[in-house]
Design a protein. Structure first.
Length: 219
């Protein structure tokens, strides 16, 4: 609202919203390549070294898996869902400092599209996102900076790999989209998605009963 009032462009530098492979993946879903969208499954596990003083585990620095790596997983989900989830179920195991160490999140929207998200900061998980429909599924590996996807068709088991963009140019794609928005050659369509992801993270933390110290200070 403040950016709009000042006639400024606000855009999140979230790779998933700007990498060409995600534009290609969404195009495939919208064209019906995998049939009606049913389920999304996303994993992100990063085995951080045990260090209670590290920012990853610090409540004062908004540590924990959700805000550090979960934003990628939830952005993946929101990119493909046709509506914001209105049902959120979650469970979490905290680290000894009180931040979230690992969690599971189940999402469902009004179109009966579902998603499951698995996060952990103390165990390695493959960064894989799967978008499944009635006629096939897309699999995107290393999705925070992906440049390829695999599509598998249910009926005949045929698998196809598609490349789009270059992983090393992730920041270039973000700058390109920002320039397009500033020059008014493209709409800032990702801002609503970013807002939706923040709303999901707020609801997840509300269910956990987890607040950061500075939030209470601000209140």
């Amino acid at each position: 609202a403040l950016a709009q009032k000042k006639q400024l462009i606000l855009m999140e530098a979230m790779t998933i919203f700007h990498m060409p492979v995600f534009a290609k993946a969404k195009e495939l879903v919208e064209q019906g390549a995998i049939g009606k969208l049913k389920m999304i499954q996303v994993n992100f596990g990063s085995c951080k070294e045990y260090d209670v003083t590290n920012r990853f585990f610090s409540p004062q620095l908004a540590g924990g898996a959700l805000l550090d790596i979960g934003t990628y997983a939830l952005s993946f989900v929101r990119w493909f869902l046709h509506a914001q989830p209105d049902t959120v179920l979650t469970n979490m195991i905290p680290f000894e400092t009180g931040v979230d160490e690992m969690s599971g999140i189940i999402l469902r929207n009004s179109l009966d599209e579902m998603a499951t998200v698995t996060l952990t900061m103390r165990a390695k998980l493959p960064k894989v996102g799967i978008v499944a429909g009635e006629e096939g599924y897309l699999e995107i590996r290393e999705y925070p900076r992906a440049d390829s996807l695999q599509i598998r068709y249910t009926r005949d088991g045929w698998t196809e790999t598609l490349d789009a963009g270059t992983r090393s140019d992730a920041l270039v794609y973000e700058l390109r989209d920002m320039e397009a928005a500033v020059s008014a050659t493209a709409n800032n369509s990702t801002l609503k998605l970013s807002s939706d992801v923040v709303a999901l993270m707020d609801e997840v933390r509300r269910q956990w009963g987890m607040r950061y110290p500075f939030e209470d200070e601000e209140a």
